[in-house]
Write a protein that binds this ligand. Structure first.
Ligand code: FAD
Length: 392
């Protein structure tokens, strides 16, 4: 017997759940909505953690996401167990909640770098606002910051902390920053943007270990023996879907490590349960394959589709995934896709000047488009990706 019943239970306190709550109300849901999140804060945007919030230009309030007064939000509360067949969830408060429909949106956790010295003081990972607070306190007295990882977290942190007067180095396995998502020519341009603002980029290398002076990180040793000094280290080496609860509940986990959902974002084999955000691995009607994507706008879009379907729409998720990244005020990138692979890059505009679009095509079909400096038509790209048309 459950302690209480809600019409809609939203598990996870991130943007996917928050957007779902908003969309449920906008879609006419009159019943009770309970959002359960284990963080200290109610839902907030994570992108400012590496950008405005870290740089000091944005506050906690700026990052907050309003869910509406008529949505009950429990913070510092975990869902410990989920029984999809009985449609009940057990909270860390020991209460059992039954539901008519539920959203599972437990997000992702940082991947830790498994090297010697990885636990030293002065080594940071960024996922929550509190991590940015800790990094800000630590960099105050620091001169040299070393960012491990050439993806958007490492590049954005290096850009933001450079604007705060720190000497930043980005160390990456790949040849160029952001190369994995956008290819070598865009990667070379990103490197030039970083370097022209004083960021050192050390590429094609592996971190072997961290070394300390007085228990605090002091240097990074790379494979091959090169040593780089560091007062503070920030690791941005990927995230893993948080599927602990889902796994315990017996839900199917996909090859990309997320919870499997169909094209309508329904958890496979669990009536009334929907999946959204970073941990959602769904049959994409747009891509014709199973995808899992870790972008804020995608999580929000999932939340909207899930809400519609919780209200009975029976609609496929058809929004083309969108991603953006800011390197301080030096460059803004926007991207629709994602391309699983491509055999042709067509550049429009002036790559060297930072006002360009790159169209990624596979076998003649547009599979993604990257826009820098506001160049290029993202809506056209969305339409071409969704339709599978060949022309640009
Ligand atoms: C530092 C940083 C910068 C980023 N910058 C960008 C950017 O510039 N552009 C972009 O597109 N994307 C960016 N992203 C990615 C984007 O923030 C994520 O894709 C988005 O937050 C995913 O939302 P979500 O709701 O799926 O999951 P999350 O935001 O991870 O939220 C899930 C929440 O659920 C909680 N939870 C987990 N398990 C339980 C449980 N059992 N019970 C209760 N609560 C639970 C978690 O603690 C977490 O608070 C960034 C991410 C990070 C970390």
């Amino acid at each position: 017997m459950a302690d209480r019943h809600v019409d809609h239970l939203l598990i996870g306190g991130g943007i996917a759940s928050a957007t779902c709550a908003q969309a449920l109300r906008e879609g006419g849901a009159a019943g009770s909505i309970l959002l359960v999140g284990r963080e200290l804060d109610p839902p907030y945007h994570r992108p400012p953690i590496t950008k405005g919030y870290l740089g000091g230009g944005e506050s906690r309030d700026d990052a907050a996401i309003a869910v509406g007064d008529d949505v009950e939000v429990l913070t510092r509360t975990s869902v410990m167990a989920l029984d999809p067949a009985a449609r009940t969830a057990t909270l860390s408060t020991k209460d059992t909640v039954s539901y008519d429909t539920a959203l599972l949106a437990t997000g992702a956790m940082v991947r830790r770098l498994p090297v010697d010295g990885g636990q030293l003081e002065g080594i940071h990972y960024l996922r929550a606002l509190g991590n940015a607070d800790a990094l800000r306190r630590d960099v105050d007295g620091a001169e040299r910051v070393l960012c491990v990882g050439g993806s958007y977290i490492g590049c954005e942190v290096a850009a933001t902390l450079t604007t705060l007067g720190k000497r930043c180095t980005v160390v990456l396995q790949e040849e160029e920053p952001l190369e994995r998502g956008f290819g070598l020519q865009v990667g070379a341009w990103v490197r030039s943007v970083l370097e022209s603002h004083g960021v050192e980029v050390v590429s094609g290398v592996e971190v072997e270990r961290f070394e300390a002076d007085d228990e605090r990180v002091a240097r990074v040793v790379l494979a091959g023996g090169r040593t780089l000094p560091a007062d503070v280290v920030v690791c941005g080496v990927g995230a893993m879907p948080d599927v602990m609860l889902a796994r315990k509940a017996g839900l199917e986990i996909g090859p990309a490590g997320g919870v499997r959902a169909d094209a309508q974002l329904r958890a496979l084999g669990a009536d009334g349960l929907f999946v959204a955000g970073d941990m959602c691995e769904y049959d994409s009607a747009v891509h014709g394959r199973v995808v899992r994507i870790e972008h804020e706008e995608v999580a929000a879009a999932h939340g909207r589709t899930a809400a519609r379907n919780m209200l009975g729409a029976g609609a496929d998720h058809v929004e083309v995934p969108y991603f953006w990244s800011d390197l301080a005020d030096w460059a803004t990138l926007e991207y629709v896709g994602p391309a699983e692979g491509w055999d042709e890059e067509v550049v429009e505009g002036d790559l060297a000047a930072g006002a360009f679009a790159v169209w990624y095509r596979r076998e003649g079909h547009v599979v993604a488009m990257l826009s820098a400096g506001g160049h290029g038509d993202l809506d056209r790209a969305r339409a071409l990706i969704a339709s599978g048309e060949a022309l640009i």
